[in-house]
Design a protein around this ligand. Structure first.
Ligand SMILES: Nc1ncnc2c1ncn2[C@@H]1O[C@H](COP(=O)(O)OP(=O)(O)OP(=O)(O)O)[C@@H](O)[C@H]1O
Length: 230
């Protein structure tokens, strides 16, 4: 399993008490599998992604990423593991306003010490794969549509070759057709790049293309349909 959560509990301070956002959550996602998580607002979906991304430490339970139990790791080790093994596509694209699409990816290469020519070729290929033309790859975020920015975001998340891909509401700002296109792309890249992908969404119409489906309600995660093992 590339991503495994077992008995994960997460709570937030809430006045004098604590609010339980994740209540003994367990989930396993294999490489090449896209698991979709649906659930109402406030049910704990973003909290699940934050824990899976090692951005938040759970109060209890285990989070295993690419075979490594993250529980005993220092902050520094967690950051390192996140950089190497976790691709994150959150609602806002969080792109750097002054950089072109290609440069958004190259900025990551710089952090990771890749060779410039090799990095540029990889950046161009990934952006092409997610559907950006040569001209679009040279544009800055404000010159791209919301859907195109999401594609840049996805390409950037894939750049390091992560084992785990975490995607939060990628289609919420898009119309139905564009949302369905982004979903199709996510399924394809999950299979091609062999990522263990978790996708959080409100949109139930996207579910049929997922490999497995879970529902989050009041911090509890239930499997609605399991992945068919290969
Ligand atoms: N930093 C925080 N401090 C306190 N409570 C929080 C914090 N973040 C989230 N919560 C609470 O935890 C619960 C779960 O929130 P979470 O954001 O995970 O839900 P969600 O399913 O992602 O919602 P949405 O679909 O609206 O994004 C909610 O009751 C929320 O108010």
């Amino acid at each position: 399993m590339s991503l495994a959560l077992a008995d994960v509990v997460l709570s937030y301070p809430d006045g004098d008490r604590r609010l339980t956002a994740l209540d003994r959550v367990g989930v396993e996602v294999a490489r090449g599998e896209l698991a979709a998580v649906v659930g109402p607002s406030g049910s704990g979906k973003s909290s699940l992604l934050a824990v899976a991304a090692t951005l938040l430490r759970p109060d209890a339970g285990r989070v295993v990423i690419a075979g490594r139990d993250t529980g005993g790791l220092s902050e520094r080790q967690r950051t390192e593991l996140r950089r190497e093994s976790v691709g994150i596509v959150f609602q806002q694209a969080n792109l750097v306003p002054s950089l072109t699409a290609v440069e958004q990816l190259l900025a990551m290469a710089h952090l990771r010490g890749r060779r410039p020519r090799e990095a540029r070729a990889r950046a161009e290929a990934l952006l092409e794969r997610v559907g950006l033309t040569g001209a679009q790859r040279r544009r800055r975020p404000h010159q791209l549509s919301g859907g195109e920015r999401q594609r840049v975001n996805l390409a950037r998340a894939l750049f390091s070759g992560p084992a785990v891909l975490l995607v939060d509401e990628p289609t919420s700002a898009l119309d139905h057709e564009r949302g369905a296109d982004v979903m199709r792309l996510l399924v394809e890249v999950t299979h091609e790049h062999r990522t263990a992908t978790v996708l959080v969404t409100h949109d139930r119409s996207l579910l049929p293309s997922a490999d497995s489906i879970y529902e989050m309600a009041d911090g509890k995660l239930t499997a609605l349909a399991a992945a068919v093992s290969e």
